[in-house]
Design a protein around this ligand. Structure first.
Ligand SMILES: Nc1ncnc2c1ncn2[C@@H]1O[C@H](COP(=O)(O)OP(=O)(O)OP(=O)(O)O)[C@@H](O)[C@H]1O
Length: 252
């Protein structure tokens, strides 16, 4: 095990900053989450993976408080920060006519306290483009802007829904590098992703979701060892049922 692996393993086993217990949620009789329990440690990137429709976005929305769970509990830290959870939804569309700085300032105005706009933009590596209009940014830069918006108010928990979808490998690595730095600075980072290679390379902890339940979770190396597989793609194939992502209709 390398020093980096060891550091990651210890981080991934550190104090939970979010604890989810027996979460159940669905829509109009469709059971999407059926007794989901997981923890998100501080100082680590936790990746939530699972097939389309397996409930990742639903779970993230419940953790952020955007939706209330039908049953189960979500424990978040008692934060001194102005916001407890920063959230990057899958479909954030910043206003095209605004500059990068104006966009972050707009969100910062809604939060009482936290780091200044320049600090936030520097943290995600957008300090060179603060005066660019949002519509002039590349897809990857837009995602980093989304991460900056999630960081407003300096929340101890960051929840990001597919922040690298559609990005090339270099930009994907850059986004994950930023997430790793944010985790190393003492946050719990929970990120949903379909990019299993990037997750395998960058995440400290993995949660595999399918059929409304957690199929496997833990430090990435432990999940692979427990399942006796060599890659997350293999883990995905081993744990995800043939009818992947199919949710269960109550009473059927
Ligand atoms: N607001 C809603 N109303 C009704 N059904 C919903 C709603 N949101 C999600 N669903 C359904 O819940 C299931 C899980 O959706 P969810 O978006 O949470 O999964 P996901 O794992 O994030 O999917 P993807 O990887 O495709 O983004 C799907 O069957 C979806 O159609």
């Amino acid at each position: 095990m390398t020093a980096t692996d060891d550091t990651r393993r210890r981080a991934a086993e550190s104090t939970p900053v979010v604890t989810v217990t027996d979460l159940e949620h669905g829509y109009d009789g469709l059971c999407v989450l059926d007794g989901v329990s997981l923890s998100v440690p501080t100082d680590a990137v936790t990746a939530l993976v699972g097939p389309n429709g397996s409930g990742k976005s639903t779970l993230l929305r419940l953790v952020t408080g955007v939706q209330a769970p039908q049953s189960g509990t979500i424990t978040l830290p008692d934060a001194d920060a102005p916001r407890t959870v920063g959230y990057l939804p899958q479909s954030l569309r910043p206003r095209d006519g605004f500059t990068v700085r104006q966009t972050v300032e707009t969100y910062a105005a809604l939060v009482d306290g936290g780091p200044g706009t320049d600090d936030v933009l520097s943290t995600v590596g957008l300090d060179e483009v603060t005066d660019e209009r949002v519509d002039a940014l590349s897809g990857g830069m837009r995602r980093l802007l989304g991460v900056a918006i999630a960081l407003v108010g300096d929340p101890p928990v960051l929840v990001l829904d597919e922040p690298t979808s559609g990005l090339d490998p270099a930009m994907t690595a850059r986004v994950f590098d930023v997430l790793s730095d944010l985790a190393a600075a003492g946050r719990g980072v929970l990120v949903a992703s379909h990019d299993l290679d990037a997750v395998g390379t960058n995440a400290d902890r993995v949660v595999l979701l399918d059929q409304g339940t957690v199929q496997a979770q833990g430090p990435a190396a432990t999940v692979l060892a427990d399942l006796d597989v060599r890659s997350l793609s293999d883990a995905f194939e081993t744990t995800v049922a043939d009818d992947a992502g199919v949710t269960v209709r109550h009473g059927v």
